[in-house]
Design a binder for this molecule. Sequence first.
Ligand code: ADP
Ligand code: 5GP
Length: 197
Amino acid sequence: MYNLYNMKKDVSAENKKGKLFVLSGSSGVGKGTLLKLFLEKHPEIKLSVSATTRNPRPAEVDGVNYFFTKKEDFLKAVEKGEFLEWAEFNGNFYGTKQAWVEKTLAKGENLILEIETKGALQIKKKLPDSVLIFILPPSIEELEHRLRGRNTEDEETIQGRLHEVRREIECSKQYDYRIVNDDLEKALKELESVICF
Ligand code: ADP
Ligand code: 5GP
């Protein structure tokens, strides 16, 4: 429209705040796989990079997958109130920095956070307009099969993650949308229908 009137700036776009989407799901359910496919198709949507105290997996890169952070530095940032949300999950801390999220939304860009349930519910309380999406497995047996098939965790870590599953699924009843990741393409389409409306 602003080109039609030869205006220098699209003020309406400038005033429009971005929308925040929060994606959760038990470890191994396929969040990473789905998100990768989604972001390849929709590169205009931003993905938040969290801070974590867990060790990087072999293929993970600092600043890309996570900001890998020492526990003492993470706790200092908590004290300074730098996190929009944070939580302990299976013995490690994970958190989303507030400043970057605010800046991104203020620019009018839509943003996805891929975080666990305790953090997601903190976000919903602080930002009620955020949209919470939970990815469900077709069954717990299939989830365990995928988690083991990924081959990135030792047995103790796998057991710890499976231990969280029922609590997470119960928690997902408070989410806005729940998507079953059975057929990957179908789940991707459903995710698109929520985020791209
Ligand atoms: P998460 O990020 O939720 O922990 P991943 O994306 O790493 O999970 O997926 C865990 C494993 O499950 C991977 O090996 C992935 O290829 C596989 N996977 C993901 N989605 C599906 C699906 N719909 N059907 C079968 N396998 C899947
Ligand atoms: P992983 O160790 O498999 O990368 O992540 C473990 C869990 O932590 C996943 O459920 C993931 O969604 C969650 N997670 C990742 N980043 C954050 C974050 O910034 N905050 C919270 N609360 N959870 C996160």
